[in-house]
Write a protein of this length. Structure first.
Length: 303
């Protein structure tokens, strides 16, 4: 599953040790991943690799880049520490490190990275994005500062002292099945012709199963019975956890919520297979394998 399987140990045990973090930031073995406008520095053509820089590489190109604390990403098997650095605010409008690689958007990059690097990237992007948008305390409005290697922000107002933690937003994404058919829908923002499985944010006070049933009914008017968990995927746009399920439909009549979906239809397993094999005559396409939606469909047609 793309964006999972990081090879780094996130090493929570070190995060409270400010001296350890500081020593790693000064350690010549430590490596830094630079994000610029939330894009990531990579090298390669078809197969890509993340570009890991030393602290002096980063500071030579971007003086002041370490003023905002880098986010600790973890340690490798040899004990070397890895961090993410946000270049925004210290880099200009043109991409830094032109001699080291190119900055690419994550969706285009992730499936071309090797060996668990997309998992590292998911953590890096979600964390850097969270810090960008949480500079101020949500309780009192004062400036908050980064601590615990980036895994907490603490309010600078001593009278408040609120602690803020990185958020993960759970989303249910469900393959709704009725016999040998499944339900596909499309949102207006999808690429032309692409249809996918339904999805929606879990609301406070809901179980996964309840969210699947509510979303299926709200978006397409379908009543759902049994819900089975299949797999999950971190989706760092900005910080979702996609919870992939199969859901047994109890009804077939589609009633669209046109705020959510512009179209939806039942499609047979055989037709899904034809589209996967490249048949364009059916008039729709499916998500790429980077998305769990495609993994759910692949699994179902393989049964
Ligand atoms: Zn506060």
């Amino acid at each position: 599953m793309t964006f999972s399987g990081s090879l780094l140990d996130p090493a929570d045990r070190y995060r409270n040790d400010e001296n350890w973090i500081k020593a790693r930031l000064d350690d010549s073995q430590s490596r830094y991943l630079v994000l610029w406008t939330l894009q990531v520095l990579v090298t390669g053509d078809e197969a890509l690799a993340l570009v890991w820089l030393t602290r002096s590489d980063v500071e030579n190109e971007l003086p002041g880049a370490f003023a905002a604390a880098p986010v600790f990403l973890g340690v490798d098997a040899e004990g070397a520490a890895y961090f993410a650095v946000d270049a925004d605010g210290v880099a200009g409008e043109t991409a830094p490190f032109p001699g080291s690689g190119q900055f690419l958007e994550l969706r285009a990059t992730a499936s071309r990275l090797q060996g668990g690097e997309a998992g590292i990237l998911a953590r890096a992007r979600s964390m850097v994005d969270w810090h960008k948008r949480h500079g101020f305390c949500a309780c009192c409005g004062q400036i908050s500062y980064i601590t615990r290697g980036g895994y907490m922000r603490k309010c600078s107002n001593l009278a408040c002292g609120a602690e803020h933690f990185p958020r993960v937003d759970p989303v249910v994404i469900m393959l709704i099945i009725r016999g040998d058919n499944c339900l596909l829908g499309r949102q207006t923002r999808f690429p032309d012709g692409m249809f996918s499985v339904l999805a929606g944010f879990i609301e406070p006070g809901e179980t996964i199963e309840e969210a699947v049933r509510r979303e299926s009914h709200e978006e397409a008017g379908i009543r759902v019975g049994a819900v089975r968990y299949v797999a999950s995927q971190p989706w760092p746009f900005p910080s979702n956890l996609m919870i992939g399920c199969e859901a047994e439909a109890l009804t077939e009549e589609i009633t669209l919520d046109t705020q959510e979906l512009e179209a939806a239809f039942w499609v047979s397993r055989a037709d899904i297979r034809r589209v996967m094999a490249g048949d364009k005559t059916l008039g729709f396409s499916l998500p790429a394998s980077v998305a769990i939606a495609r993994q759910l469909l692949d699994r179902w047609v393989g049964e």
